[in-house]
Ligand binder design. Structure first.
Ligand code: HEM
Length: 91
């Protein structure tokens, strides 16, 4: 963040006009995922929890490469909520 602020002060970057909208959208997305899904480590062939390997791709916008994990609804109520949501908001 300090690097971005400096770049804005030096007029190298212009501050994003959607910064608050983007910040709120990401917060809502993360909060919604954490409220409805359990995210666990993958299981190895013996059924034990395995440590996923994390690698980051190169580039200006770096992100993790694909990795295995288990994502499932936190309860049957949450599963119903997710299903209803995807039917009502199909996009
Ligand atoms: C996670 C989402 C977003 C990221 C990471 C992001 C990032 C950025 C960055 C780095 C810039 C500066 C580019 C430069 O000066 O070279 C920028 C500019 C801008 N962004 Fe975003 N942005 C996001 C979402 C949004 C959204 C949702 C909107 C509109 C609703 C938006 C509207 C703009 C506009 C209009 C500018 C140009 C500002 C100007 O030149 O005065 N951005 N954004």
């Amino acid at each position: 963040m300090a690097l971005i602020n400096t770049a804005c002060q030096l007029r190298i970057l212009r501050i994003c006009a959607g910064i608050n909208f983007a910040d709120a959208t990401i917060f809502i997305a993360v909060a919604s995922i954490l409220a409805t899904f359990d995210i666990d480590k993958p299981l190895d062939k013996d059924g034990n929890e395995a440590e996923p390997e994390a690698f980051y791709g190169p580039g200006l916008v770096s992100r993790p490469d694909g990795f295995k994990c288990i994502i499932r609804p936190r309860s049957s109520d949450k599963a119903k909520l997710i299903k209803t949501g995807t039917e009502e908001l199909p996009w």
